[in-house]
Design a protein around this ligand. Structure first.
Ligand code: UP6
Length: 264
């Protein structure tokens, strides 16, 4: 699958959102996802406005925002439309279906109403995907998708080969696979189905580790050696003196690596 272009991969997609994202990446020529891990709503909006032209997706952790409001969501959606990127709420759902369904659709954040995509652990099995779907009506189901975590970038994480294989099965087999847009993982061996998107965090031009176990690889390494379709970059951009310039650099390096990967 890693040798195929995003245009070709779009034809394999079972989930409407992965099809949309593959197409968006191919037309906008970017495979960069920005992790907007900031604590103030206005800072996130400013960042999204500056980096919007270079990204295919903006990743949020809505529960780290100190001044969350419905107005923030309205504004974020406007910026997403202006710059043509999707919104991924990195909620990492992990509970039983009935709880996940409520965490997704209800509560303060009403994630299902604004996030095009979310992330979920596969720890509780297939029912996690069913729980997310249960939080949506039939029409909304066609406009949403989930990325399942099959590996983590954190040093010493507990995920083993068997967990990875089982996660792949949830992502590709059974009646709920049409809600799965892709997999969050660190290597191309996690799944083979070309209609799914590999999302890989732990990307930084200066490889290494942070002081809390995060492990980084370069944009070229994650795309060409690890099979990433989209690279997630947080602090590599957030901590740069000029975030816009940094986003452009990450976009260029990730995109060139992709072009080299699919070149015949
Ligand atoms: N993330 C990881 N590793 C995973 C899964 N998710 O780092 O295995 C997320 C983090 C963070 C972002 O929650 O939002 O990706 C990485 O940010 P960074 O580039 O600043 O380390």
């Amino acid at each position: 699958r890693t040798k195929l272009t995003y245009e070709t991969r779009a034809n394999f997609a079972k989930n409407p959102l992965s099809k949309r994202l593959f197409t968006l990446m191919a037309t906008k020529k970017t495979n960069l996802c920005l992790a907007a891990d900031l604590n103030k709503a206005d800072d996130i909006l400013e960042l999204a406005n500056k980096c919007g032209p270079y990204i295919c997706m903006l990743k949020t952790h809505v529960d780290i925002i100190e001044d969350f409001s419905e107005g923030f969501i309205t504004n974020l959606k406007t910026v997403a439309k202006r710059h043509n990127f999707l919104i991924l709420e990195d909620r990492k759902f992990a509970d039983i279906g009935n709880t996940v369904s409520q965490q997704y659709g209800k509560g303060m954040y009403k994630i299902a109403s604004w996030a095009n995509l979310v992330t979920a652990h596969t720890l509780s099995g297939r029912s996690i995907v069913q729980g997310l779907k249960a939080g949506l009506d039939d029409n909304a189901k066609k406009q949403r998708g989930v990325f399942l975590l099959a590996e983590m970038s954190a040093k010493g994480n507990l995920i083993d080969e068997k967990y990875k294989e089982s996660s792949n099965k949830i992502a590709t087999e059974g009646g709920d696979a049409d809600f799965v847009s892709g997999v969050v993982c660190q290597s191309s061996t996690c799944f083979g189905f070309p209609g799914l998107i590999q999302l890989t965090p732990g990307v930084k031009i200066d490889e290494g580790v942070d002081n809390l176990g995060q492990q980084y690889e370069t944009p070229e390494h994650v795309v060409k050696e690890r099979g990433a379709d989209i690279g997630i970059v947080g602090r590599g951009i957030l901590q740069a003196a000029n975030v816009e310039k940094a986003a452009a650099t990450y976009r260029d390096r990730l995109w060139t690596a992709y072009l080299e990967r699919v070149a015949k």
